[in-house]
Structure formats: structure tokens, C-alpha cells
Design a protein around this ligand. Structure first.
Ligand code: SF4
Ligand code: SF4
Length: 304
């Protein structure tokens, strides 16, 4: 099971659509060392995988100490980062947002850090967030960067989605090219299946783990910088106190509320075969499906 620790919602960038900004007011203080140790003691027996996510976790003053601490306890450590601030202690796994490397002001710095991590044997996952501004030249750059640095690539829609079907073609083109370059690709987060034509869908489901629904509820958990509040994933604002875990599993704590969200999804999905067959929940549960173009008619999918 995986525990995601958010040590801070502060970040050194201001990426559009990032969920961090909306939580920073609620959690202005960073995780203290004492609370980090308390978290470790609370979860130690059940969790072997610890991930730090943010905000930007490398902005947290104890990030290097905490990686060292967890490694000394034989835990597996992942860091989700924009790659700008170098780590002095390397984790097992780094998830770096590849989109930032397209920015000429950030590129050299991030690439230097990637070279260092690569030399030190860290597993690198480049993550590309897709929206309708993800242009052709980004596609070529994403492939060259992945060939140079990535052990794996994650591709995700940047939610909330814009009102466009172009996401499907961009995700398909990028995934197909990476797959044919023998780079393992995972399409993460629930992705509306109607963004793709049948051929694209079949390819992406077989080769890139495309899914129309996420895996929630799971026993993986997110813990906030107060060291006290838990939620089922970084995007879903369903909050509970850590003490609830003394009675129930994370899965049990969040099931009812998640089901309420699932079954009150957008009316546009109600007649769709993927929705009826429980293959698609209309994208990420945190966001409503936008009014996609008028040629989109989910009920037609019933006939396909
Ligand atoms: S359930 Fe909704 S989002 Fe998913 S494929 Fe059907 S219409 Fe599209
Ligand atoms: S609700 Fe959205 S962010 Fe959360 S696990 Fe599901 S797809 Fe991912």
C-alpha cells in the first residue's frame, strides 16, 4: 500500500490548473519533523511505499532527511517533483513533470538534475499533462526527452478539461510513438473513453492501461501537511481525521461518499454503454465532464 505525504502546498512554480493553490490557504504551514515521525510511526506496519507529493516537496526543509530516514527503515520512497530543486539524497523513484522542460527558462536546470539522478540509478518517470495547448513540437520534444531519461512515462489529462475532443488524438499520438520506441506508457487518472475512436481505445487499453474510471476507493491514502487530515487522493476534497483509521480501513472510510459522487455523475453519461457497463465514470471524479462538441453524442456509443 502506498502512502502519499503532502509536506507542503507551497510551490516554486505557478502551473495552471494545479490543485495545490486551492489547498494552500487551508494548510499554510509545512509538515513539522515531529509530525512526520508521528506519521511514520502510525503507518509503519501497514505501508512500505511512501511518496512525497505537493505542492513541491523539494521545498520542504526536511525532504532529504526524510528520504534518508525512510531508507534506513527499508521503505521504498517516491518523490513527485517539478525537478527544479536538486535532491541531495536520492529516492528510489522520481516522477517529474515533463511539461516544465518545454520552458526554455527551466529546461537546462531540470536536465542537469535529471542527468544526476540517472547517474545515481534513480528510476525516472516523466509525466506529461495533456491539455489542448499541448502542441506538435511538444510531442516531438516529449519523445526525445523520454528516450533520453525515462524508464516509464505517465500521461494524464490536465483537469479540468477544456471543451474539446482533441485530447484523444494528442494522447493517442504521444502514447503510440512512445510505445513503438519501447518506452512503457501508462495513462493515469480516469480518462473519458469517448475521447477516442474504437481503434485508439483498443490500442490504448491493451498497451497503455487506459481506463475510464479510477481505482478508488483503495487503501492507499493521502495525508496533508497538518499530519492529521487524510483524503482518498490528492484531488478529491473528502477529508477525514487520521484517528478514523483506528476503526476502519481507508477503503471503508471513503466508500459511501465516493459512491455518492460516482452515481451522481453528469447526465451526459447516463445513456452511454461505457457508463452502464461500469467501464467509465465520466473522467476524474473531482471534475464534471465539460460540454464536449455537438458531434459528441454518448447515446450513439450504445450502438457501436
Ligand atoms: S461515461 Fe461519459 S465520459 Fe465516459 S465514455 Fe461515456 S459519455 Fe464519455
Ligand atoms: S478522483 Fe481523479 S485524481 Fe482521484 S484517483 Fe480518481 S481519477 Fe485520480
Amino acid at each position: 500500500m502506498l502512502l502519499y505525504i503532502i509536506p507542503t502546498y507551497i510551490c516554486n512554480l505557478d502551473c495552471k490548473k494545479c490543485y495545490s493553490k486551492k489547498y494552500l490557504e487551508e494548510y499554510p504551514n509545512n509538515l513539522s519533523w515531529t509530525n512526520f515521525i508521528n506519521i511514520y510511526k502510525f503507518f509503519n506496519l501497514k505501508y512500505n511505499n511512501f511518496a512525497f507529493i505537493g505542492g513541491e516537496p523539494t521545498k520542504w526543509k526536511f525532504i532529504n532527511e526524510s528520504i534518508l530516514f525512510l531508507h534506513n527503515k527499508n521503505k521504498y520512497v517516491s518523490i513527485f517533483t517539478n525537478g527544479i530543486i536538486p535532491l541531495n539524497v536520492v529516492p528510489d523513484n522520481l516522477i517529474i513533470t515533463g511539461n516544465n522542460i518545454f520552458d526554455p527558462k527551466l529546461k537546462d536546470n531540470i536536465i542537469n538534475n535529471l542527468l544526476f539522478y540517472k547517474e545515481n540509478g534513480v528510476k525516472i518517470r516523466l509525466r506529461f499533462n495533456i491539455d489542448i495547448t499541448f502542441e506538435k513540437e511538444h510531442l516531438h520534444e516529449a519523445i526525445s526527452l523520454s528516450k533520453l531519461f525515462a524508464d516509464f512515462v505517465s500521461i494524464s489529462i490536465l483537469y479540468p478539461m477544456d471543451n474539446s475532443h482533441d485530447y484523444g488524438n494528442i494522447i493517442f499520438e504521444l502514447s503510440k510513438k512512445l510505445h513503438y520506441n519501447s518506452i512503457p506508457v501508462t495513462i493515469i487518472r480516469a480518462t473519458p473513453l469517448c475521447l477516442f475512436n474504437q481503434e485508439q481505445r483498443e490500442f490504448l487499453i491493451s498497451n497503455c492501461k487506459l481506463r475510464g474510471k479510477c481505482s478508488l476507493p483503495t487503501n492507499s491514502l493521502v495525508i496533508n501537511p497538518d499530519g492529521q487530515t487524510i483524503q482518498p487522493c490528492v484531488e478529491l476534497n473528502l477529508k477525514r481525521d487520521i484517528s478514523d483509521l483506528l476503526k476502519y480501513s481507508p477503503k471503508r472510510i471513503f466508500t459511501d461518499e465516493l459512491n455518492k459522487i460516482r452515481f451522481n455523475r453528469d447526465y451526459k453519461c447516463n445513456t452511454c454503454k461505457f457508463f452502464i457497463n461500469d467501464e467509465c465514470w465520466g473522467g476524474c471524479l473531482s471534475y464534471l465532464l465539460p460540454n464536449l462538441k455537438s458531434d459528441f453524442n454518448p447515446s450513439q456509443l450504445l450502438k457501436s
